[in-house]
Design a protein around this ligand. Structure first.
Ligand code: ZN
Ligand code: ZN
Length: 178
């Protein structure tokens, strides 16, 4: 895990590039709940850090390949991910006042730093989390698994006869008519 002390940021700012192996992130990831993906390649990060009074501004990008599970066919697949971000870090002891939050929170992403240290690895990981699709698909239009025989319908169709179940909406309508 990569952390940076505030004192290490010069007035003119700092540009950093680093690559982190999955093993180095493992302890952090294990402490989080709801992580159902794996890093397939190391996490590459590139950031520009600038102090602005009490605040720290960070812009940068993160890049990696994740291994996600398709929600339809349950196959693991490789998901290339690359994203740019802009963050404003507020010191934790000096959280922004209500007025400031109301004024600025809509456009500006905020985060905090504690004890004069910026947790760069965590920030990079968070940017990755934000970009993971809610329902990952191995391919657009993945046919999924047959609900009867469990066969992967992307490989070949199966012989199962599927009954057409009426939709919930249809049921509701019928109830009302009766
Ligand atoms: Zn799939
Ligand atoms: Zn089938």
């Amino acid at each position: 895990m990569f952390r940076l002390k505030l004192d290490e940021i010069p007035e003119e700012g700092l540009t950093l590039k680093w690559t982190e192996e999955k093993a180095s992130l493992q302890a952090y990831l294990e402490g989080l709940s709801g992580i159902d993906f794996d890093f397939e390649t190391p996490l590459y990060s590139e950031v520009k850090i600038q102090k602005a009074g009490q605040l720290v501004l960070i812009t940068g990008k993160v890049q990696t390949h994740l291994q996600l599970q398709c929600v339809r066919c349950l196959k693991e697949f490789s998901f290339p991910l690359s994203t740019h971000f802009d963050l404003t870090l507020h010191p934790l002891k000096d959280a922004p006042s209500k007025e400031e939050t109301e004024l600025g929170s809509e456009e500006m992403e905020s985060s905090f730093f504690e004890g004069g240290e910026i947790h760069l690895s965590e920030i990079a990981c968070e940017q990755i989390f934000l970009e993971i699709p809610y329902q990952p698909l191995c391919q657009e239009g993945c046919k999924g698994l047959c609900s009867i025989c469990g066969k992967d319908l992307n490989l070949s169709p199966c012989q199962c006869v599927k009954e057409e179940f009426p939709s919930g909406f249809f049921n509701l309508k019928k109830l009302k008519l009766d």
